[in-house]
Write a new protein. Structure first.
Length: 259
């Protein structure tokens, strides 16, 4: 898909990957729609986008409210006349041992990380199908391919998003609707420091949100279904072929003094 001249909706656009992506898309000539909860931060990103893309707009919404998620997708479509692409980027972390999880927290994570993208996709899909054109980009996580320690709720939501993306890519193969799946690894954003999360077990290198956003732009413009950045595909493939060593290694991390 060509970025220049397109109308692209980005969720989770107030910070991190979403904010960097919105700015890069605007600089590439797209008209950008921004969605996030934090109005002040979202307004800052919109101001930057409007310097080069004056028709860009923003909507303040908590995507845990699934009715609002569906409604704001329609509002954006109607405001721009159509959407060429939606990037389902909004997400929340949840680093918490399974024995410390409760159902309300699990359901909240699933609503934001999986059900909101699904609701927005299902809402926009009939309109895209009528046009015979459109792209849906789902930003999942390498944790959607690897069941990480202390991340049962998060991994569940991201596994769901990965499976959903693969299945709809098959179902929509001949429809003109293109699906992209993006699996970030460790990215240097506020996700590592948010409250109500256990301390991260991972302390290694991270790539910047700007680099991740450039990867997403490449995925939008490119031909491949799935992008890993950093490239952790070999780790995922090794785990898939033999999950026992992976599970044992993750359990050892929890038992270690650092864990």
């Amino acid at each position: 898909m060509q970025i220049s001249g397109s109308h692209i909706l980005v969720t989770g656009a107030s910070s991190g990957i979403g904010a960097s992506l919105a700015r890069q898309l605007a600089e590439g000539g797209a008209t950008v729609g921004l969605i996030a909860r934090r109005e002040d931060k979202l307004a800052e990103v919109l101001a930057d986008c409007r310097k080069v893309s004056p028709d860009s707009r923003m909507w303040v919404a908590d995507l845990a409210d699934l009715d609002r998620a569906a409604a704001v997708a329609v509002e954006a479509w109607d405001a721009f006349g159509h959407l060429d692409c939606i990037v389902n980027n909004a997400g929340v972390p949840m680093r918490r041992h399974t024995t410390k999880l409760d159902l309300d927290t699990l359901e909240w994570v699933m609503r934001i990380n999986f059900l909101a993208p699904a609701h927005m996709t299902m809402t926009l899909l009939p309109r895209m199908l009528e046009r015979g054109d459109g792209m849906i980009v789902n930003v999942s996580s390498v944790a959607g391919r690897l069941g990480n320690a202390n991340e049962a709720a998060y991994s569940a939501s991201k596994f769901a998003l990965c499976g959903w993306s693969e299945a709809i890519a098959v179902d929509l193969w001949d429809s003109g609707i293109v699906i992209r799946l993006v699996n970030p690894g460790p990215i240097d954003t506020e996700i590592w420091d948010l409250p109500d999360n256990d301390d991260p077990l991972y302390s290694g290198p991270k790539i910047s949100a700007e680099e991740m956003a450039r990867g997403i732009v490449g995925a939008i413009e490119g031909d491949g279904f799935e992008l890993y950045l950093p490239d952790m595909k070999a780790i995922v493939e090794a785990k898939t072929s033999n999950p026992d060593p992976f599970i044992e290694g993750m359990a050892a991390m929890l038992r270690s003094p650092a864990g």
